[in-house]
Design a protein around this ligand. Structure first.
Ligand code: HEC
Ligand code: HEC
Length: 250
């Protein structure tokens, strides 16, 4: 019995070594960019954080403000770490951006807005900032599991003229370079991000669209379930990793 246990321990150890340690995207950047991300007075993403903070107390179309229904802003600390989460009414998962857009529609009489719409993006940045340093903690909700499984299948599916899966780059080639760029492991720990290439702030979905374009694949339709499934899976894959707040990327 003791021999068996020892053998199992060895095997587990071998398996653990086969799996490379998870590292956030910031680790793959130059020291200069890392310093820029860390410095709130220099990181351009902080402009959106400030805008989100002021939008929190601005009246919506029906005169209601976010702050009217939600207690102090501190009540929003850690919320960003728990998304995507299940929405009872829609009977599907919602990303944090989706949740904010729903509150604006349901409770403020505002028009629908996507993850990269100006109000949703700024409020997402502010909420991401309020969860900086916290571990990503996707809900342990059985209703999310089929979505995560679908996302994982997409992660392993080949796309585009280059015929590559997400996993080919982000699991097997992480740390190598592609053109000028370092290939990160693809963890969603810093969204929304300020991307130098965009000269602006953008959502995780916008980043994923870029990866599909990179393999010369037709992106999924706007609002397609595939985006959501990938986001649910990515959050589980990165569960426990520390959130960067609004990150900077090349
Ligand atoms: C051909 C290789 C390649 C494939 C295939 C690929 N990506 Fe990427 N991905 C990259 C590179 C390179 C970057 C970083 C780009 C940069 O920093 O300029 C990146 C960035 C990312 C990031 C951002 C990580 C961070 O730290 O902010 C995520 C998330 C991501 N990819 C997810 C995906 C998903 C999901 C798929 C499949 C649908 C996919 N990628 C397919 C190369 C790839
Ligand atoms: C009229 C009241 C009301 C207003 C105004 C409102 N919300 Fe909400 N919010 C709710 C309710 C109720 C929920 C619970 C989910 C639901 O039923 O929509 C919620 C849930 C949320 C959540 C999820 C919290 C969690 O713990 O998962 C976030 C984030 C959020 N709201 C942000 C906002 C933002 C940002 C605004 C302003 C743009 C806003 N809300 C405006 C009532 C409101």
């Amino acid at each position: 019995m003791r021999v068996l246990l020892a053998a199992c321990a060895l095997l587990a150890c071998g398996l653990a070594q086969a799996q490379p340690a998870r590292r956030p995207g910031v680790d793959f950047m130059s020291p200069a960019l890392q310093a820029l991300q860390r410095d709130d007075t220099q990181n351009p993403g902080q402009l959106w954080v400030a805008e989100g903070r002021s939008r929190w107390t601005e009246a919506g179309a029906n005169g209601r403000r976010c702050a009217d229904c939600h207690a102090a802003p501190e009540a929003m600390d850690g919320v960003a770490a728990r998304y995507p989460a299940w929405d009872e009414r829609l009977a599907r998962p919602l990303t944090l951006a989706g949740r904010i857009a729903q509150c604006r529609q349901r409770h403020q009489g505002e028009a629908a807005e996507g993850a990269d719409g100006p109000a949703v993006l700024a409020l997402s940045a502010w909420l991401a900032h309020r969860s900086r340093g916290r571990p990503l903690a996707p809900p342990d909700d059985a209703r999310l599991m089929p979505w995560s499984a679908r996302g994982e299948a997409l992660w392993r599916q080949r796309f585009g003229q280059l015929n590559l899966a997400c996993a080919h780059c982000h699991d097997e080639r992480a740390g190598l370079r592609l053109g000028g760029a370092a290939i990160p492991q693809g963890h969603p720990t810093g969204y929304p991000i300020y991307r130098l290439e965009w000269q602006g702030l953008g959502s995780l979905q916008r980043r994923l669209r870029g990866c599909l374009a990179g393999v010369r694949a037709e992106p999924f339709a706007a609002g397609a379930d595939e985006w959501l499934a990938l986001e649910v899976y990515l959050a589980r894959r990165a569960a426990g990793m520390v959130l960067e707040g609004v990150a900077l990327r090349p």
